[in-house]
Design a protein around this ligand. Structure first.
Ligand SMILES: Nc1ncnc2c1ncn2[C@@H]1O[C@H](COP(=O)(O)OP(=O)(O)OP(=O)(O)O)[C@@H](O)[C@H]1O
Length: 261
């Protein structure tokens, strides 16, 4: 890390608006700074804009207005090689795991390194021994090193999600974005996956931003709460100051909003 990099936020959104081609406003003038090492949980009703926010941060979605900076560099304006380099710093975990089902666990985890290779080497699977070791260590971290050569679809849903965490670790990002990572998991596996994310956040100092539907889980893991309603931030509160009332307010329309509906 360069000396100056702790001076700026790891994620910074300035006046970000996202309008989908059909005219729906996913995000409306969002301003947000996230410091390195935070564990941010985003809460809000279905359709509030939580996924849109995460997908805008790693530029899976292009935003309509504003600017998003990752560790001081604009991902909004970046092109070509510099865009690829910024994207390496942002790992993503999806609700549906997004593993290649027929491929081994090891190969799936190694795909986390693809952004560090040229097209030919990565398509031929020519990963270095160092990267294979990195992949093994990532699997160890989530307790799945014994499944190295299993096909991904031989694993349970919770194990598959932990493989996807190992894949993201192998990418060595500065930030992990997780879009409803436990929505399809049972309570025990949910705890394992969330504990893995917390350990990564605390031990490896990776910044985590996660969308959760469960308020209970949010209260257990967040160091900061962001509440979204109708594409706007309506709550931004550190875990030390959060109350049930504040969380409830995210899910309740204000009188003015009700009047406008
Ligand atoms: N590809 C798209 N095209 C048009 N509108 C979209 C698209 N994706 C999302 N939206 C709309 O943008 C708004 C925000 O959606 P988003 O998926 O970000 O919400 P969310 O809070 O993540 O919801 P959920 O909790 O159900 O996943 C919603 O009104 C949704 O219908």
């Amino acid at each position: 890390m360069s000396e100056g990099s702790s001076m700026h936020p790891i994620i910074e959104l300035a006046n970000v608006t996202k309008v989908y081609p059909n005219g729906v406003k996913g995000l409306n003038d969002i301003n947000l700074s996230v410091a390195k090492g935070e564990f941010v949980v985003i809460v809000g009703l279905s359709g509030a804009g939580k996924s849109t926010l995460l997908r805008s941060i790693n530029r899976l979605h292009d935003i309509t207005e504003g600017d998003i900076k990752i560790d001081g560099q604009s991902i909004t304006k970046a092109k070509g090689k510099s865009l690829r380099h910024i994207r390496r710093d942002v790992g993503m975990i999806f609700q549906s795991f997004n593993l290649v089902k027929r491929m081994s666990v090891l190969k799936n985890v190694l795909t986390g390194r693809v952004a560090y290779y040229n097209f030919l080497k990565s398509s031929l699977g020519l990963f270095s021994n160092e990267d294979k070791l990195r992949a093994y260590e990532a699997l160890e971290r989530v307790g799945l090193e014994s499944k190295l050569y299993n096909r991904a679809d031989e694993l349970s849903g919770g194990q598959q999600q932990r493989v996807s965490i190992a894949r993201v670790l192998t990418q060595s990002p500065k930030i992990i974005l997780a879009d409803e990572p436990v929505a399809s998991l049972d309570p025990k596996t949910t705890t394992q996956v969330m504990d893995d994310l917390r350990k990564i956040n605390q031990d490896l100092k990776m910044t985590v931003m996660v969308n959760l539907h469960s308020v209970e889980l949010a209260k257990k893991y967040a160091t900061r709460f962001i509440g979204i309603r109708n594409g706007e931030i309506v709550l931004d509160c550190p875990a030390s100051k959060i109350t049930d009332e504040k969380i409830k307010s995210v899910y309740t329309a204000s009188k003015t909003e009700e009047a406008a509906q």
